[in-house]
Every structure is written in C-alpha cells, then in structure tokens.
Design a protein around this ligand. Structure first.
Ligand SMILES: *Cc1c(COP(=O)(O)O)cnc(C)c1O
Length: 341
C-alpha cells in the first residue's frame, strides 16, 4: 500500500479529508447494518435534534504505525465503552462497543494510506461520533440517529520537544456537579470555547477548571485530565464525578504502578496544595502528556520546580513508557494494543 504524499511533520492538528468514512443510521428502534462511504458531507433537516438541542456525543483515538510496520490502535475498547455511557446519559441509543470496534477497524483499514509512517511523529486521528438526526422542536430526544467514524492525519503534537506550558485558573466553570462533565459530549466543549479564547487572549495555553460547587478543588482542563507528581515521586490525579475519565490518564496510572513501581493516588486535589507538587502534566489522546510549568491563579504564580524548559523527570518517564507501549517498542499489557493490519 502506497502512503499518501503528505508532509507528515508539518500538518498540525487540522482536518484533512481522507477517502472513506463509516456510517450507520438508527431508525424505528434499530441500527442498520452500516458501512463505508466516500461521501464526507451530511445532509440534515433544518430542525435536526443535534442542530437544535446539541444531542451529540463523540470519541477520539489514534492509529499509529509501530516500529515493525503494523497499524495499531490503543485501547479502543475503552473508547467504545465510554461512548456507550455518553450515549445513555444523553438519551441516545447505544451503538454497541463491539460494533464500535468493527467500525473503527474498517475505517482505519480503508484509510491505511493516511496512517503516518513510523518515526514521523504524526498519527491518524479517529473521530467516532453520534447525533440526533430527525426534526425535534419540542425539547425531547430525537428518535433517529446517525453514528459515524472519520479519520484525519494529525502532525506531531510537540514540534521540537515538549515545552512546558503556562495555564491559568479559570473564572469559568467547565462542568456542574451532577451534570455532564463525565461524558464526552460536544456541549461540554461549546461552553468551554469562551473560556479558552479568553485564556489565549491573556497569553495562557490552557485553563485549569476548579470544581463548580466550592471552587477549591482541581478538576481538569477543557480536554485533558491532570496528573501531579509529589516531591517523593507519587503520582496523584484528581478524583471527581465531573471529570471526563481519560483513557490516557488511566493508562498512565497503570504504567506508573506496574512499569515504574511508583505509588499512585486518585483523590481530591485542592488548589491550595498545588504549590507543593514537583511536576504537573495534562493528559489526553492528543498530546499523551503536556508538561505544565506554571499555573497562574489571579496574579499568584505557582511555578512547578520542574521549570519551563523541559518535562519533569517523572512525567518524562511516564510519557516515554506509555508512548513506547503505543509504538510497539515496549511490551504492552494484555489487550491494550489492537492490531488493525
Ligand atoms: C477526551 C477528553 C479527555 C482525554 O481523554 P483521553 O481518553 O485520554 O483522550 C480529557 N478531558 C476531556 C474533557 C475530554 O473530553
């Protein structure tokens, strides 16, 4: 298979249309057989549920080329499970995780020419999603839905190494207690746009959101969970019902414990104690881990001892181990790597 002629190192994180995508429709209480199509456009009624009341959920994962030339994805079963949970919460029919896996595999196989080569640092981003497609004007769930998977190649997240970022404690809230913070829904991102544009205007790379009820505890950023490293090398991650359960974060905790022999702790993390940590990172599929060098809380600067030049040493070990597993350089735990071809 001939790879596409793409400048893999310089494509960034932008939509590049690929050849095929997967579509399945839900109507009269059942999903149809589904299959691949070349049509990248969707024609919807003007009153479609997704357009009026944002009934839509999504997932994000990547396909990589490993050192030995296979195309693989990382723990896609967990994305399938999470999408089932997201759908249930938004009163959408579940697209079963077995079918989710099949759709991901078919879409990646069909776009294999767009999976960046090993060593390029680029990957094929996979976006499964689902939305209410029939007209809805009174507020209620749609009765018809569409599930789709498309792919788009994305460049290396860190060009020229992972430089620590500066983030701010946001004055806005991302998620309400007993709300939708723990599901992967577009609506959580819609309401984060004003906050991120504001943060960028002020010169910050990201927002640190606090718990909306007390504004004393660390939750997450717009699209990544936090990990902190204590001065005695313990890996700590905030626990809250309104955080999105990041697969990267769950995998890093496993790697910390089982591969690196580090103690791990999932617990409430107070903003007041952040100054005592040695390292901080943001974790998610896009970057795996972005190191945080400085957190600004209304003029008060919290400077992590790991500094602004490079990833802290423990964060770096976690990053290297997890990316090594993903790229097939380090043996993966049972079931983590799904070989596509
Ligand atoms: C997707 C997402 C993450 C990261 O999850 P991964 O499974 O690691 O990619 C973190 N926070 C939010 C709000 C997200 O939507």
């Amino acid at each position: 298979m001939e790879k596409k002629q793409i400048d893999w190192a310089n494509i960034g994180f932008n939509y590049i249309q690929t050849d095929k995508r997967y579509v399945s429709n839900y109507k009269d209480g059942a999903w149809d057989e589904g299959g691949l199509t070349e049509d990248a456009n969707i024609v919807l009624n003007e009153c479609a549920g997704v357009l009026q009341y944002a009934q839509t959920v999504f997932e994000g994962l990547k396909a990589y080329t490993t050192e030995d030339g296979h195309i693989v994805t990382f723990r896609p079963d967990l994305n399938g499970e999470r999408m089932e949970n997201s759908a249930k919460y938004l009163e959408m029919p579940v697209f079963p995780k077995e079918r989710f896996l099949d759709a991901v595999v078919k879409t990646v196989e069909a776009n294999a020419a767009y999976v960046p080569p090993y060593g390029s640092g680029a990957t094929l981003y996979i976006r499964p999603y689902m939305f209410g497609s029939n007209p809805v004007i009174g507020v209620k769930p749609a009765d018809e839905f569409q599930f789709r998977v498309f792919t788009t190649p994305v460049g290396p997240y860190f060009k020229g190494g992972a430089k620590p970022i500066t983030i701010k404690v946001s004055d806005f809230d991302r998620a309400a207690p007993r709300g939708t913070g723990n599901i992967k829904a577009g609506l959580n991102y819609a309401m984060s746009l004003h906050a991120i544009v504001t943060a960028h205007e002020e010169g910050y790379a990201e927002n640190m959101y606090l718990d909306a009820a007390t504004r004393t505890k660390v939750e997450e950023t717009g699209g990544a969970n936090f990990i902190f490293i204590t001065k005695d090398n313990k890996v700590v991650t905030p626990k809250s019902d309104s955080i999105l359960p990041s697969i990267t974060r769950r995998s890093l905790l496993y790697v910390a414990k089982e591969y690196l022999g580090l103690e791990t702790e999932e617990r409430e993390v107070y903003l007041d104690e952040v100054k005592d940590f040695a390292e901080c990172g943001l974790c998610g599929t896009a970057a795996v881990v972005s190191p945080v060098g400085k957190i600004v809380d209304h003029g008060r600067e919290i400077c992590l001892p790991s500094g602004m030049d490079e990833m802290g040493p423990v964060t770096k070990k976690l990053y290297d181990t997890l990316t090594g597993i993903q790229m097939g350089k380090i043996e993966a735990p049972e079931g983590w790597i799904k070989v596509i071809k």
